[in-house]
Design a protein around this ligand. Structure first.
Ligand SMILES: [Zn+2]
Length: 455
């Protein structure tokens, strides 16, 4: 069976010229499921064919226009024609467009408002950037080539260059303030690390955060340290985007790093930052996992394990209830029975349960001691319907950075490349990239707030 795909121009004056795009030849025998409908290759050829025909007609129609001179308002005449090669999502097109000269003042007018050196459509740019922000440059290039008749940007290096350009342009983004002011906003600021590709530099520090309103408005932001993007500007911009006014009460959470507290203060968030419950919970979770994996192969060990499991729970309860000062009691009780697990067969390795427990306990002890001034009564806040930390359950750093930029140990980043890619990732989640799909957060306040979420 064969079909002819034909485009017919329609308009106010009725049907116009028609033009054949392509012939489609498919078997009529459906004995093989693979014969059903169009193949991907045909669909790509079809899209590319339709694109070529439509662009050709558009260019022809555009060429008969005579713009007014922007300088003197005089009549323009065609000066010459120029070919523009433009990459689109449906293939490369060449558009032949006239340039005009004003008969009165001699001024030259392009006749189009395209950006200088325009080589691709904004839609293609956005889609490329979007894909690259959620998967590796190589995978994104493969995916685009598989699904679309794209000809430009097949190479992952090209895609990378385009994406970073989109990220750069986002630096000038101006937040639109929502109509409703936010009465309270919680600001979270964390840091994480990614591997550096530069010599003599192992890691790059990445600062990430989010702003959240009581009614569910949320925006995320992030910047690689010393890469040119000012995180303080991002914090201010995001506060504006969720409706900060002079009367807004700000609450701040950090992962406990003193540098982050300074950044918050510099950005005008003067509320005393609390230690984000998320980070404490992660450490407690780690301790509990180790405790539950301890062997209980003889009565003394079984008894010691029971003590450790119980004290780990108690430790959790104490910190949650603002009694971190008593945490030392639990830690001491655990330390007192750890010796039961020493001398195991693998006792010399760092994988031994007792070694792991000892290390986790030591780390938690140090953390609590250094952070004691920033701990609050989390239970009391929670009961009052107040936040105890970020509402992004897996943590902002994991969500924004690790998922894309830390996935494999082989991924190494340049300071600038990582920073600009992060700008694109944030824009996707904030709905400011304009690619329309995959958006996670609404910047404006939800007029119908759902239940306030804490913990
Ligand atoms: Zn003129």
């Amino acid at each position: 069976m064969a079909w002819m795909l034909r485009l017919v121009k329609t308009g106010a004056e009725g049907e116009g010229a028609c033009t054949d795009v392509m012939e489609i030849d498919r078997p009529d025998d459906l004995g093989d499921i693979a014969n059903l409908g169009l193949t991907l290759a045909e669909a790509k050829r079809l899209l590319a064919g339709v694109q070529q025909k439509i662009v050709a007609v558009q260019a022809k129609e555009h060429a008969v226009r005579r713009p007014d001179c922007p300088h003197c308002g005089g009549v323009c005449r065609v000066k010459d024609y120029r070919d523009h090669a433009v990459a689109t999502l449906f293939g490369q097109v060449t558009v032949r467009l006239p340039r005009f000269r004003c008969a009165a003042c001699g001024g030259i007018e392009a006749g189009v408002g395209w950006p200088p050196y325009c080589r691709s459509t904004p839609e293609l740019d956005r889609l490329q950037a979007h894909l690259c922000a959620v998967m590796t440059y190589r995978t994104a290039a493969d995916l685009l080539e598989q699904l679309f008749p794209v000809e430009a940007g097949k190479h992952h290096e090209t895609l990378r260059r385009h994406t970073l350009k989109v990220g750069e342009a986002l630096g000038d983004y101006v937040a639109t303030r929502p109509e409703t002011a936010a009465s309270t906003i919680a600001v979270t600021l964390d840091s994480t690390f990614i591997r550096s590709c530069a010599d003599g530099e192992r890691h790059l520090e990445v600062r990430v955060g989010n702003v959240e309103t009581q009614s569910g408005g949320r925006q995320v932001f992030g910047a690689v340290a010393k890469a040119g993007t000012d995180i303080r500007v991002l914090i201010c911009r995001n506060l504006d985007a969720v409706g900060r006014t002079e009367g807004t009460a700000l609450t701040a959470f950090t992962d406990g790093c003193s540098g982050l507290r300074r950044i918050l203060a510099d950005a005008g968030v003067i509320a005393r930052p609390m230690l984000d419950w998320f980070h404490i919970a992660m450490r407690l979770q780690h301790l509990k996992q180790i405790a539950s994996a301890l062997p209980a192969d003889d009565p003394p060990r079984a008894e010691a394990k029971a003590v450790i499991v119980e004290e780990a729970e108690r430790l959790h309860w104490r910190i949650w209830n603002g009694k971190a000062r008593d945490a030392q009691t639990s830690i001491d009780r655990i330390r007192a029975v750890v010796h039961h697990f020493q001398g195991e067969p693998e006792g010399q390795t760092s994988n031994a349960p007792s070694r792991k427990l000892w290390t986790a306990l030591h780390a938690l002890d140090g953390y609590l001691a250094s952070q004691s001034a920033w701990l609050v009564d989390y239970a009391e806040r929670h009961r009052a319907g107040l936040r105890v930390g970020t509402a992004i359950t897996e943590g902002t750093a994991n969500f924004l950075v690790n998922r894309r930029m830390n996935k494999s140990q082989q991924m190494r980043w340049s300071r600038r490349g990582a920073d600009l890619l992060l700008q694109v990732r944030c824009a996707i989640y904030n709905g400011t990239l304009g690619s329309g799909f995959g958006q996670k957060f609404q910047p404006a306040n939800d007029p119908y707030p759902t239940m306030a979420t804490a913990a």
